[in-house]
Write a protein that binds this ligand. Structure first.
Ligand code: ADP
Ligand code: MG
Length: 266
């Protein structure tokens, strides 16, 4: 679904040139659910924005559903985004003066679907996400989890092939975050490719693969065990074992240890 080869991207601010992505290669298959992890500033959002045709790249190749994405004008980019992609952001990005239905219906407005029809479809999506009773409320009247569900309904309404989520649980408490992951997993099971940027290990572990990015390069790709309670229990046991091993061998509890643990758990 997404194939990128040797992607480079720099930002220029005055005289400073910041080389953010330094040769990224990645293939994401249709229907996969993957996560992207890495320290702040490592280039995760930049990469996601390139996937989302929200930003250009300087070098390399990007194929989205087999179609070469390069030098598109804004109109063509917007058309492809509207047809292929759904976006979910940490800060929800809802229009504050529009109610839930209007927010969800917005992508259909851009497709010139008449108002009555687009609102009817929007209510169906809100209903699917358990928000029918909140359809006529403004974002400010909704909880964080509800706002994110409105944003997900808006992402789904155009039947996207890919959902790109940039820290979708970043502003949510841990229980709501797990509920959000239940929801994203369910949506993924309908065949929609799901790409989630996160810095939370327990979110990343619920995806099939985790891409670890450091300083604009892929450091490793970890295959996670998902979808089985037994693997969850095994992971738990293994993390305990690793934790006690760590004590014995006097690992420092630093990032190295963290990624080692992660590798073994995965
Ligand atoms: P992450 O999402 O991993 O935290 P980003 O992809 O947002 O990282 O940013 C990577 C680097 O690029 C950071 O140093 C950031 O300051 C810089 N950056 C991001 N967007 C821009 C921009 N539009 N102009 C200039 N620098 C940017
Ligand atoms: Mg970011």
């Amino acid at each position: 679904m997404i194939n990128i080869r040797n992607i480079h991207k720099s930002y220029t601010n005055g005289q400073n040139n910041l080389h953010v992505l330094k040769g990224i290669n990645l293939d994401i298959k249709e229907g996969e659910m993957i996560s992207i992890m890495g320290p702040s500033g490592s280039g995760k959002s930049t990469l996601l924005n390139i996937f989302g045709i929200l930003d250009n790249y300087d070098e390399g190749e990007y194929l989205l559903d087999g179609k070469k994405i390069q030098h598109l004008n804004e109109r063509k980019a917007a058309l492809l985004r509207n047809r292929m992609l759904g976006f979910v952001f940490q800060s929800f990005n809802l229009v504050s003066f529009k109610n839930a239905v209007e927010n969800v219906a917005l992508p259909l407005y851009y497709q010139k679907v008449p108002r009555r029809k687009r609102n009817k479809i929007a209510i169906e999506y809100l209903d699917r996400l358990g928000l029918k009773d909140w359809a006529h409320h403004l974002p400010s009247e909704l909880s964080g989890g509800q706002k994110q569900r409105v944003a997900i309904a808006r992402a789904l309404i155009t039947n996207p092939k890919v959902i790109l989520a940039d820290e979708p649980t970043g502003a949510l408490d841990s229980v709501t975050s797990q509920e959000m992951m239940d929801l994203l997993t369910e949506i993924n099971k309908t065949g929609i490719t799901m790409i989630i940027v996160t810095h939370e290990l327990d979110i990343a572990r619920r995806t099939q693969k985790t891409i670890r990015i450091i300083d604009g390069m892929i450091q490793e790709i970890v295959v996670n065990e998902v979808g089985s309670q037994r693997s969850e229990v095994r992971s738990q046991i293994r993390s305990n074992v690793i934790a006690s091993e760590a004590k014995q061998t006097k690992y420092e509890p630093d990032r190295n240890y963290e990624s080692k643990k992660y590798e073994k758990v995965a």
